[in-house]
Every structure is written in C-alpha cells, then in structure tokens.
Write a new protein. Structure first.
Length: 191
C-alpha cells in the first residue's frame, strides 16, 4: 500500500473524530482547521512512525495548527471566556457509548434528551477542560496520549479531566435550570 492510500484509509477511519476535535478547538472554523490539519499531516505522513497510533499523532498536528492559526490572527488566547464564539452542535461518533440505540421508543426519546443535555453541558465547560473531556470521554484516548497532544504532564490531564467531569456532573445533576439558562462559573486562571 502506498503512502497516499494508507493516509486516506486512516483519515477515513477517523474522520468523525477529527471533525469533532476540530469543533472543540475551533468551533465555527472547524472545517478550515480540519482541512489545514489534513494538509499538514499529509505532508508529514512520510515521517509518521507506524508503530505509534495515528489518532493522537494527527490530533497533535491539529492542536498545533490551531495554536498557529491563533497566533497568526492575533485573536483571543486558547482559553477565552465562554460565550465569545458562536456555538456549534458537536457530532458524536457512532462508536460512542452515547449513541448506543436502545430498543424501546421511550428509551430512544429519553436517550436523545440525555445526549443533548450532555452535549450542552460539555459546550459550557471552559475550553481547557472541554478539550480534555472530549479527548478522553468522547474520543477514548489514554491519559498519556492526551498528555502528548496537549503538551502537559499526565497528572495535569487527570486533574483537568476530574475537574471537567465534576463540572459536568454539577451541571447535569445539581442544576435545576435548562441548558443555556445559566453558565457555570469557573476560574480559568492557572489551569
């Protein structure tokens, strides 16, 4: 198999995950970020170590591309406050446990409502926590893979995941408001 077809097969396999991660990083510019990341990764594919996992490798390229895009634009830092960008509906992969299809119609309706509540809660997380929760709980990456992608120690990843999950739990269980009525107050300094 040549590099081109191997790369295409890998991208096809992970396209939903790549797009979801682009949404987490760039929201309304997700498609542009995805395209730029695919170009960069294709150009560097000859150097890709086949003994490593493709998904964390390309996620790292995507994250670095987003950092470069932000620097070029001289816009807001990666941990900008909530509500400063237009929200977009995340796409959940069919392999996600959130998309397991129950048999009873009542269960389907309840599941759809629950999935929407979780999606809304994730959208309200601060960007640094949202990224870690997405990579671990939606994409299923290991702590070590996430640490490599975000260039932080594994302990930091675990701490952010713990904090992100606690905020999700607070938002989903303890908050009587409907999603979008209030925002979760979180310090964003020194994450």
């Amino acid at each position: 198999m040549d590099n081109r077809s191997e790369f295409q097969d890998l991208v096809d396999k992970y396209l939903n995950s790549l797009y979801n991660y682009a949404l987490v990083l760039a929201r309304q510019d997700a498609e542009d970020l995805l395209q730029e990341s695919l170009v960069r990764s294709y150009e560097a594919f000859h150097a890709f170590d086949r003994s490593q996992s493709f998904k964390p490798w390309i996620f790292t390229i995507m994250r670095n591309a987003q950092i470069d895009r932000q620097r070029r634009r001289r816009t807001h830092p990666a941990d900008e406050p909530l509500g400063s960008e237009k929200e977009r509906e995340p796409v959940v992969s069919m392999e996600s446990p959130l998309c397991a299809i129950p048999l009873a119609p009542e269960d389907i309706l309840l599941r759809r409502e629950t999935v929407e509540q979780v999606r809304e809660a994730i959208r309200h997380l601060p960007p640094l926590l949202r990224e870690i929760v997405e990579l671990r709980d939606i994409e299923g990456l290991s702590y070590r893979e996430i640490a490599t992608i975000v260039s932080r120690p594994v302990g930091t990843v675990m701490s952010r995941l713990y904090r992100g999950r606690n905020l999700l739990r607070t938002y989903l269980i303890e908050s009587p408001q409907r999603p979008g009525e209030t925002e979760i107050g979180v310090r964003n300094d020194g994450l």
